[in-house]
Design a protein around this ligand. Structure first.
Ligand code: ATP
Ligand code: MG
Length: 362
């Protein structure tokens, strides 16, 4: 069986370091690994509209931002098909048929959707499109017969929902769709990076982010203001690591090599943590270390982004070409789905022959 990747992002803002460690970095590695037959990367504008219906301009403006972040991180249109969701009409058709295979109560149980409804203050006025986006996500994944979906931990319920739809479809209509596997980062902290406020997951819609394209000054300011241990007042005080966002980010980003370069007094993160816990290590020193590490990751990304920003029409052309390629693949799957569901009336000669016989008998 071909190995196929599908993943993507909502164009609700520029991409942040949570995306980088949660999915983007891994995607680039997988793209370059040679193990996968096809890689599809989707800018999920239609999904972004489900909770931004009154602000389409926000989505329109952020498509290019996400595309630039992709290219800056090393996604390569020669190796990956990068496309825009709304330009693939087959995805809507697939969603429409999958809706019949899912119950309202099943959707209501989705913990990520529940948390997102709360974060967006929808209360009782939840847009139907938003409520059903896990179904549309199943359409996105299955349209490309994806076997592997590299995403952050918040996507686990979506993947489970997709797998259920695939099983239900295949048992009802015959083997047609591929059941995908989720691929999470091996580093648990990377699966769900918290925001700089130390509360919810870092998320464009909450605004607690460090963006990949941010200036050095902005990043420094954000790191210096990051939430640590509120009881760690004097340098001599013992500090807490749990819930201390600076250490959480170090868990996600720091390697032993970084100590050699920036903090040679320590061999590794365990030693730094132990010092913080027994007291005598100030927040500022740890934050400066984190800042140096982040800049090491982000500087080359920002540099590459600046290069791609010089030819914006080329980026749109790349998205358009990707969308044409993606549509052709989705059309094949939709045809197979319609055939399996027996709603392919005009290309089924057996149907017409059968009907002729039926009406001749009368
Ligand atoms: P929004 O607030 O609009 O939902 P977002 O910041 O949650 O935006 P998405 O576009 O929804 O970003 O997510 C894109 C991908 O990045 C998904 O695979 C998601 O799991 C992953 N991701 C998003 N935020 C994080 C995070 N804080 N840590 C790890 N992975 C993340
Ligand atoms: Mg999200």
């Amino acid at each position: 069986m071909a190995k196929i990747i599908l993943t993507g992002d909502r164009p609700t803002g520029r991409l942040h370091i949570g995306h980088y460690v949660g999915s983007l970095r891994e995607r680039v590695q997988l793209q370059n690994s040679g193990v996968y037959d096809k890689v599809f990367i989707m800018i999920a504008d239609a999904q972004a509209l489900t909770d931004n219906a009154d602000n389409p301009e926000k989505i329109r403006q952020n498509i290019i931002e996400v595309a630039l972040d992709y290219l800056a991180c090393g996604l390569d249109p020669k190796k990956s098909v990068i496309f825009i969701q709304s330009q693939i009409p087959q995805l809507c058709e697939l969603s429409f048929y999958y809706m019949n295979l899912v119950t309202v109560s099943r959707l209501q149980r989705n913990p990520t959707v529940k948390a997102e409804i709360q974060a967006r203050n929808f209360e009782t006025s939840i847009p139907v499109g938003f409520f059903t986006y896990p179904i549309s996500q199943a359409a996105d994944i299955t349209a490309f017969q994806a076997t592997t979906v590299p995403v952050g931990e918040d996507q686990m319920p979506m993947l489970e929902q997709t797998r259920e739809i695939v099983r239900k479809f295949n048992t009802t209509y015959g083997e047609t769709l591929t059941e995908p596997e989720i691929l999470l980062s091996g580093n648990e902290t990377c699966q769900r990076l918290p925001g700089t406020d130390g509360k919810a997951k870092m998320s464009k819609s909450i605004g607690n982010c460090i963006y990949l394209s941010e200036t050095a000054d902005e990043i420094k300011k954000k790191v210096m203001n990051m939430y640590t241990d509120p009881d760690h007042i004097r340098v001599a005080d013992p500090g807490k690591i749990e819930g201390n966002t600076v250490f959480t980010y170090l868990d996600a980003f720091c390697t032993d090599d970084h100590f050699k370069r920036y903090l040679p007094d320590y061999n590794n993160l365990d030693e730094l943590k132990a010092h913080y816990q027994r007291g005598g290590l100030g927040d500022v020193k740890v934050k400066k270390f984190l800042y140096a590490i982040l800049m090491e990751y982000l500087e080359p990304i920002k540099k590459r982004r600046t290069e791609f920003e010089k030819d914006i029409p080329a980026v749109y052309k790349m998205l358009q070409e990707g969308s044409v390629k993606a549509e052709a693949v989705a059309a094949e799957t939709l045809a197979a789905v319609k055939k399996a569901m027996r709603i392919n009336y005009f290309d089924d000669t057996e149907l017409i022959k059968g009907q002729i016989k039926r009406f001749q008998k009368k």
